[in-house]
Design a protein around this ligand. Structure first.
Ligand code: AMP
Ligand code: MG
Length: 413
């Protein structure tokens, strides 16, 4: 259910700021549900439950070196030679030290034997039959090389909070918590729709006046990279009847529509009219930004968001990364995190009174690590030059010079 009921007609807004567009999208986005998945399938998902520790972590005093375990009282008495009383491997129940002058051979990961409190690494000892001698001059510190029970985390305390993305560390933590099933955010079903009579699918022959439809594949790649799998891809001509029929069907079949093309002022830009005919209420049209000024956002009568993005490939991608992905992930309960910032590597100038999404390459050299080097495109149609960029920075409108060294928000492709 969206935060605002779909029956309440949104007051359409035109030519708004980037921040206002983000705010309005957030206001109208629904909240997606949760589902249980097996631990095996949880990687990349957004956690929707608290995970508490099943046991102390580590669950026992864990030996961190191969060698021998002794009672440090023996060291205090000046003892440097021990009788070997047993062998304690990882996965075996704890042995008991029979006497202070004895030692137990231990392996990394083993439970510390009862009656011992100090580990001497194998490199510091010498075996002579059933006797073990410490290296001459070696001073052991009592308590050394033991990862104490509960020293990382105590049983019952929260290990993970709802809203985290399950990456490799979270997966290890979930496993240690003993969760065979995990409650995660359900993935919304998406439709990615390209519109345009000039577009031709890969594999089909194309004429001199036609182009490949790349936006839908590019959008899908961006979605995939964030974990979205349920995604129907469609290509529709600039024909109002056909648009109404197929967009209507896709709206029924999915949770979110992401369209590209047909939202500008051209004679064949039918998308806004078609969406309104389908009962999708306009929330805003046009954002004071470049690229992507003609962006259109609305909400259907059943509360489903509809993102209609301008078709120029740089505009489409920038809008997907800046608006669509964060909105979807937030609606799935992803914990809000501070936007990544980078340092602008070179001064740039931009006269129009618009926010500028400037593609950049992050300097990976030693000289200026992490600096964002501008990679301006040759118009918003030039997606080829995006291949030499890592993402884009957002330069706020209201000024026309942006100095090198400026700290700016950065969005990765
Ligand atoms: P439009 O927003 O429909 O006016 O399209 C603007 C420009 O983007 C035109 O040059 C289109 O050919 C191009 N374009 C639109 N859709 C796509 C697409 N799916 N793939 C590549 N280019 C596109
Ligand atoms: Mg078009």
């Amino acid at each position: 259910m969206s935060k605002r009921m779909a029956t309440q007609a949104p007051e359409a807004t035109y030519r708004i700021d980037v921040a206002e567009a983000v705010r309005l999208i957030d206001e109208f986005m629904p909240t997606y549900g949760s589902q249980p998945v097996s631990l095996e399938d949880a990687a990349g998902c957004i956690l929707r439950q608290t995970v508490t520790a099943e046991r102390d972590q580590p669950p026992y005093d864990r030996v961190t070196m191969d060698g021998i375990a002794i009672d440090s009282a023996a060291l205090a008495e000046g003892l440097r030679e021990f009788t070997l009383a047993g062998n304690q491997a990882a996965g075996q129940a704890a042995l008991r030290l029979p006497a202070t002058n004895a030692c137990i051979e231990i392996m990394t990961g083993a439970v510390l034997p009862i009656g011992t409190d100090t580990v001497i690494p194998v490199e510091r000892i010498e075996h002579q039959a059933d006797r073990v001698k410490l290296e001459a001059g070696y001073e052991a510190v009592p308590g050394q090389f033991i990862h104490a029970r509960g020293s990382d985390h105590a049983k019952g305390l929260p290990l993970l909070d709802p809203g985290v993305r399950i990456r490799a560390p979270e997966m290890a933590i979930l496993t240690a918590a003993g969760s065979a099933t995990v409650t995660v955010a359900a993935w919304p079903k998406l439709a990615v729709i390209s519109t345009g009579d000039e577009l031709v699918e890969v594999g089909k022959p194309l004429e001199a006046h036609q182009i490949r439809s790349s936006n839908d594949h590019a959008i899908k790649a961006a979605l995939r990279a964030r974990g979205f799998q349920h995604c129907i891809r469609a290509h529709l001509p600039d024909e109002p009847q056909r648009l109404i029929q197929r967009i209507g069907e896709l709206h029924e079949e999915t949770d979110v529509l992401i369209l590209s093309g047909g939202v500008s002022m051209g004679k064949y830009d039918y998308v806004p009219g078609v969406l309104e005919k389908l009962g999708v209420q306009l929330v805003f049209h046009k954002v004071l930004q470049r690229p992507g000024l003609p962006m259109w956002f609305g909400i259907s009568q059943s509360g489903k968001p509809v993102f209609a993005l301008p078709g120029n490939p740089v505009s489409t991608l920038v809008c997907v990364i800046r608006y669509v992905l964060p909105a979807l992930l937030q609606a799935m309960g992803l914990r809000a995190e501070a936007v990544e910032h980078v340092v602008l590597g070179d001064a740039v100038e931009f006269k129009p009174d618009l926010s500028w999404f400037l593609p950049v390459k992050l300097d990976s050299g030693a000289g200026n690590p992490g600096a964002a080097l501008p990679r301006p495109t040759n118009t918003s149609g030039d997606f080829i030059s995006l291949g030499d960029s890592d993402g884009f920075v957002e330069l706020q409108r209201g000024q026309d010079r942006y100095a090198a060294g400026l700290y700016v928000p950065f969005y990765r492709w």
